[in-house]
Design a protein around this ligand. Structure first.
Ligand SMILES: NC(=O)c1ccc[n+]([C@@H]2O[C@H](COP(=O)([O-])OP(=O)(O)OC[C@H]3O[C@@H](n4cnc5c(N)ncnc54)[C@H](OP(=O)(O)O)[C@@H]3O)[C@@H](O)[C@H]2O)c1
Length: 250
């Protein structure tokens, strides 16, 4: 099968490309570096030639509210006509669990991306994932004030990037659901506790403060805003094992 991975050089994209190539598929790892740009439209038509499946794993270079919304909207508006013209049979995209249950600029942009997918007329599967374990350092940085990191005690269930990529590859090879599937890590615990365990494991001395009023990327979160409410596929990597591995590389 011929597959295009938009954002094929990114964290999840590069792993998904490797898994699919190992499975014997012809995979184009598309990104601005390789001459495929969903914002300018450059290289899109050529990349889609003979393609059955498109996996969109691109991310906005800027997380600023307006920039990220513009990124996912422009990207969708350029991608879907190119996919339609090429007769693409399955569009897969990675979104976030709870995008419609908390209000922050990044989540709003992902909701806009999901709406464009649903309206595109291309058969699709949206995978809503919880936060990647690899994103914990970025989360700590975003919530830091000096040597304190303020986080709410809401439930948090991060998933390892390797598990996300494996599930994305599997979903892409299956029939389109024309709907949403949710994925998460094996274990859930209070957000502040997970980030504290991460910082301790990587030798970061900052203190994590449990603060029920703290926001997540500027948005208010309730106890279950960031975890799946219904059925979810769970990645097999245990947080403790991932921590051991990542602290060895820190
Ligand atoms: N972080 C989380 O916890 C989380 C949770 C759930 C879902 N997600 C979603 O998962 C997806 C993948 O995230 P990630 O962390 O793997 O991303 P990433 O590592 O930041 O990679 C982003 C990719 O997008 C590409 N890209 C940027 N601008 C582009 C453009 N104009 N046209 C085509 N490609 C472009 C980049 O290419 P270059 O290398 O050339 O710049 C890179 O390959 C995102 O959609 C994100 O919203 C993230």
């Amino acid at each position: 099968m011929k597959i295009v991975v938009i954002g094929g050089t990114g964290l999840i994209g590069s792993k998904a490309v490797a898994i699919l190539r190992q499975g014997g598929h012809e995979v184009v790892a598309a990104s601005p570096q390789s001459g495929v740009n969903t914002i300018t439209g450059e290289g899109l038509k050529e990349a889609m030639t003979g393609v059955q499946v498109v996996i969109d794993l691109a991310n906005s270079p800027s997380f600023e509210d307006k920039a990220v919304l513009e990124f996912f909207e422009t990207s969708g508006r350029n991608l879907f006509p190119a996919e339609g013209a090429a007769g693409v049979r399955h569009h897969v995209a990675l979104s976030i669990v709870g995008t419609d249950r908390s209000d922050n600029g990044y989540f709003r942009a992902k909701v806009a991306q999901e709406k464009l997918i649903e309206a595109s007329g291309i058969p699709y599967t949206i995978i809503r994932s919880t936060q990647f374990m690899e994103f914990l350092g970025g989360i700590a940085a975003s919530a830091a004030e000096g040597n304190k990191v303020r986080l709410p005690p809401c439930l948090f269930q991060p998933i390892a990037a390797n598990d996300v990529a494996a599930i994305v590859a599997e979903v892409a090879l299956a029939a389109p659901r024309n709907g949403i599937v949710e994925i998460a890590g094996l274990e859930g615990a209070p957000f502040n506790e997970i980030v504290a365990r991460y910082l301790q494991a990587v030798g970061d001395p900052r203190e994590v403060v449990r603060d029920p009023e703290a926001r997540y990327w500027g948005g208010r979160v309730e106890e279950r805003s960031l975890v799946p409410l219904g059925e979810a596929r769970l990645g097999p990597t245990r947080f403790e094992d991932w921590l051991k591995q990542s602290s060895r590389h820190a």
